[in-house]
Design a protein around this ligand. Structure first.
Ligand code: URA
Length: 434
């Protein structure tokens, strides 16, 4: 087979065969297909799409590009969660220890920042010493000993997705239903969990801007998971504004720790309770959603979820003092408020613009091997629906230098839409696909 012909076939709208997809994935994982050809194919897929059979073939080929874990010898049942990506989405940092605290072992492989959205692995790496690169054996041992592990893709698990994910991040090829579905589900199938909840986001701060696209993506992923014998539910949640108040790696860890210690933002906590209830039900721990929720609320209130998070940090070599005393996390030297220029209600906040601003501050990558600055980001001071007066702070910019503040201030101001009357309240969750 020749890669150039496969790229041309997809460019011209032909469905790729199972054999072609397997050949591409194997060749790319083995380093035989160069990044520039894979980037061209990814862009052709963004434009031309893939049908259900091609998407399932791509998922399975990427999942099988490395080891497929079976964790049943270390835990009778494991659970997992994945978000399709959103701005300020620190849900995993709260949800994973929360469900682990009620006795459901969590075996999770997470990603780095992707496009304008942050990634759990980058967030966790703002904790000094925290190791996200675990071997398969270390991953299995963490499930057995702590009941909770959040790790980066090791070279052994879905390596084809690991490479393609990093390539898509810097080639504007993220926004594609088949590429996102295959990326998410290949990781989930390879990591071996029995029950999976998918947080499928829609809105300006997500890769799917409309609810219809998010529903289509969710249905595809649920079908792939069920076909592979996993129990899967998908929650369609709103990204019409960032989740919580913090956007940026160490800033989001601070907010997640606050949530685990009982003082988190209400939208973040509510979303974790909804997603967690789905996992508790899928795992058969409780039948009814309100019973599942009560179980999780108790684990949050009692401090059990916080203790699980702490245990994970210690096990993965992170400095526990940095999460006890949050001043020890990376802190940006320059912190400047961005004031409102007029009186009114905040009608909309463009999450994508905020995410891109955080990347420009150094919190995300422009090239695959870029180092990132964990300290930078934004903290919203008011969210959609708030009434502000001219001069009131809309958000605080955390930057490495004053010139960076000036570079992003204008685009941040433009991310806000104001109105004279209060806007309709935004939903947090639109529907659940079970
Ligand atoms: N999360 C992933 O793992 N992959 C995507 O493509 C998008 C979100």
């Amino acid at each position: 087979m020749r890669m150039v012909e496969i790229i041309a076939a997809k460019r011209d709208g032909r469905a790729l065969t199972t054999a072609e997809i397997e050949w591409v994935v194997k060749g790319y994982a083995a380093g035989e297909i160069p990044d520039y050809q894979m980037a061209a194919l990814a862009m052709a897929i963004v434009w031309r799409g893939m049908d259900d059979r091609e998407t399932a073939d791509l998922t399975l080929a990427m999942a099988r590009s490395g080891d497929m874990l079976d964790l049943h010898d270390v835990a009778p049942l494991t659970v997992d969660k994945h978000s399709t990506g959103g701005v300020g989405d620190k849900t995993t940092l709260v949800l994973a220890p929360l469900v682990a605290a009620v006795g459901l072992p969590v075996a999770k492989m997470s990603g780095r920042g992707l496009g304008f959205s942050g990634g759990t692995i980058d967030k966790l790496e703002s904790i000094p010493g925290f190791r996200t690169a675990l071997s398969v054996e270390q991953f299995r041992r963490a499930v057995q000993e702590v009941g909770l592990v959040v790790a980066a893709q090791s070279g052994d698990l879905a390596p084809a997705d690991k490479k393609l994910y990093a390539l898509r991040d810097v080639t504007a090829t993220v926004e594609s239903i088949p590429l996102i579905a295959a990326s998410v589900m290949s990781k989930k199938l390879a990591a071996g969990a029995d029950c999976i909840v998918l947080d499928v986001k829609y809105g300006r701060g997500a890769f799917m801007h409309t609810l219809d696209d998010a529903r289509q993506l969710a249905q595809k992923m649920v079908a792939i998971g069920r076909h592979a014998g996993r129990k899967v539910a998908a929650v369609l949640s709103s990204m019409q504004q960032p989740l919580g108040f913090a956007v940026g790696n160490a800033l989001e860890v601070r907010e997640a720790v606050a949530a685990l210690r009982g003082s988190g933002p209400s939208d973040l906590v509510e979303l974790c309770l909804i997603l967690g209830s789905e996992l508790v039900r899928l795992a058969g721990l409780r039948e009814r959603s309100d019973d599942a929720r009560a179980l999780l609320e108790t684990a949050l209130r009692s401090g059990a979820a916080w203790e699980k998070f702490r245990a994970m940090v210690v096990y993965q070599s992170g400095d526990p003092e940095a999460i006890e005393d949050l001043d020890r996390l990376p802190t940006a030297p320059v912190q400047v408020d961005l004031p409102a220029t007029e009186d009114g209600f905040i009608a909309a906040i463009d999450g994508q613009a905020l995410g891109l601003a955080v990347n420009a501050l150094g919190g995300g990558r422009a090239r695959k091997d870029d180092a990132i600055d964990h300290s930078v980001g934004l903290v919203l001071r008011a969210k959609v629906g708030a009434k502000v007066a001219a001069g009131d702070p809309l958000l605080t910019i955390h930057a490495a230098r004053q010139s960076d503040v000036e570079m992003v201030a204008e685009r941040l101001r433009n991310a806000y839409t104001m109105s004279e009357t209060p806007p309709a309240p935004l939903p947090l969750v639109e529907e659940i696909i079970r």
